[in-house]
Design a protein around this ligand. Structure first.
Ligand code: SF4
Ligand code: SF4
Length: 451
């Protein structure tokens, strides 16, 4: 239907084409999840230092009120997603599997749940430093899953220069559709977020990459793009893991980011489209990051949905709102099937970085017997960063972690493409995760010892 409009030739080299299963939820319009009785807000929501509480148990709080402030540069604020009372500050289950210090907010059942101090912020006359301060204190982190503080990502380090800004509208993980619905339903905050990021970075050249499996989103954004916004919408071939910064940069600009380097080393900054839309809302409504769109999907859920969920809503409440789990559900992941994290407890909260809840049944989750490597090299062809997963897998199996460094294991971004294509069912990415964690721990110990 939109083929002439969205013809996509651009992509990166290697990668895979998994079935995307997006049909389960892509036609479900975003719904606002009703407020529930209790919210759990871990002080650690992102990479970097956890925030420090500025309220105490028993305090009354408003929706959007500051609960905890940043500690240092790589840290952000945390706000209350509901009006209510601080019931406890205590250890609660966290999606990482650990127990983490969290604010527990009991909702005020009589509150209309309006935002505290709702007004639009005059951003045009603010300096980049002032804008970055507002972003940090609005509690912004990457909504694509990595949850890195946004003010850090939008800061060009001393001595570097940004020339290109790439907006990531790829959403390449199978099943997930929250960014797709956002692009179709709420484009104005996206455009405002792009303008603000452009002002912070001082870049003229902006590209918005969208995969061709979202032709309606490409057409809609092209139609609604303000004429004075210098942003090129770039249709991309559908391929995994194109949402990774390195792959997206290669696909859009045909420029490679060298091993061990960041996008800024080749004058590029990349940011997720959902994050930019939330920044747009911050300046439209003075709304800190207190809610996000979450795709609830998979064969195991009764009513797949795209929900606008207050941060801190418990997984059990979301599942109940979506009609509950089917009897043969075996596994729940936060995120997609390729890089998502399995959840062990139903009382874990929706975090700022929770892009999806994927419910898999005994049909999808099956023990697969591992066979010896047959040297087919499918994993080598799939790896987007040109590693040799076959060799790395053999070293990991016999725990020769140091030798894996010679094969650039630390460049592995744990995308899972190698495991996906392996006909011998070798759990490559799982072994690489263990190896990387151990190597990093060893490096940290060595740094500490060296003083
Ligand atoms: S998980 Fe690592 S080794 Fe495997 S394909 Fe992805 S980047 Fe390459
Ligand atoms: S895909 Fe699997 S079987 Fe083939 S070379 Fe890689 S590790 Fe070996």
């Amino acid at each position: 239907m939109f083929s002439w409009f969205t013809q996509a030739t651009k992509t990166f080299r290697h990668g895979i084409h998994p079935d995307d299963y997006k049909e389960l939820s892509r036609d479900r319009a975003i719904e606002r999840m009703p407020f529930v009785d209790e919210y759990v807000l871990p002080l650690s929501q992102h990479l970097g230092a956890p925030s420090r509480p500025v309220v105490k148990v028993g305090d009354k709080v408003y929706r959007g009120q500051l609960l905890a402030e940043p500690v240092g540069y790589i840290s952000t604020s945390l706000h209350s997603s509901v009006a209510g009372r601080v019931k406890a500050i205590e250890l609660r289950h966290h999606p990482s599997g650990k127990m983490v210090e969290s604010m527990v907010i009991e909702r005020d059942p009589y509150s209309p749940q309006t935002l505290i101090n709702q007004y639009s912020l005059e951003w045009e006359n603010l300096s980049p430093e002032e804008l970055l301060y507002i972003v940090q204190h609005g509690g912004f982190v990457g909504l694509g899953g990595a949850a890195f503080p946004t003010h850090v990502k939008l800061t060009v380090p001393e001595g570097k220069h940004a020339e290109f800004f790439i907006v990531n509208g790829v959403e390449c993980e199978p099943y997930l559709t929250s960014d797709h619905r956002l692009m179709l339903e709420n484009e104005q905050p996206i455009f405002l977020g792009i303008r603000i990021a452009q002002r912070i970075l001082g870049v003229d050249r902006v590209y918005l990459g969208i995969e061709s499996n979202k032709p309606d989103a490409i057409a809609h954004l092209r139609k609604t793009l303000p004429p004075d916004l210098n942003c090129e919408i770039v249709p991309l071939q559908t391929k995994y893991p194109q949402g990774a910064e390195k792959m997206l940069t290669e696909a859009v600009l045909n420029r490679e980011i060298p091993s061990g380097k960041l996008p800024i080393d080749i004058q590029v900054i990349v940011n997720n489209i959902g994050t930019l839309a939330s920044i747009g809302q911050l300046f439209q409504l003075n709304q800190p990051l207190i809610e996000r769109i979450v795709t609830v999907t998979g064969p195991g859920i009764n009513r797949p949905s795209n929900l606008l969920v207050p941060i801190g809503t418990k997984l059990s409440d979301v599942l109940e709102y979506c009609g509950g789990l089917k009897e043969n559900t075996l596994q729940i992941l936060f995120g997609g099937p390729m890089m998502g994290a399995p959840q062990l407890h139903l009382d874990v909260p929706i975090m700022k970085g929770t892009s999806g809840i994927l419910c898999l049944t005994d049909v999808e989750v099956q023990e697969r017997e591992e066979y010896p490597c047959i040297r087919c090299l499918r994993c080598v062809d799939a790896c987007p960063v040109y590693l040799n997963p076959s060799r790395l897998g053999a070293l990991a199996k016999v725990r020769q972690y140091e030798e894996m460094m010679d094969y650039h294991i630390l460049d592995c971004m744990e995308c899972g493409s190698c495991s996906y294509v392996c006909p011998s069912n070798i759990p490559l990415v799982q072994r690489f995760r263990v190896a990387k964690a151990l190597l990093r721990e060893k490096q940290a110990k060595a740094r500490k010892k060296a003083g």
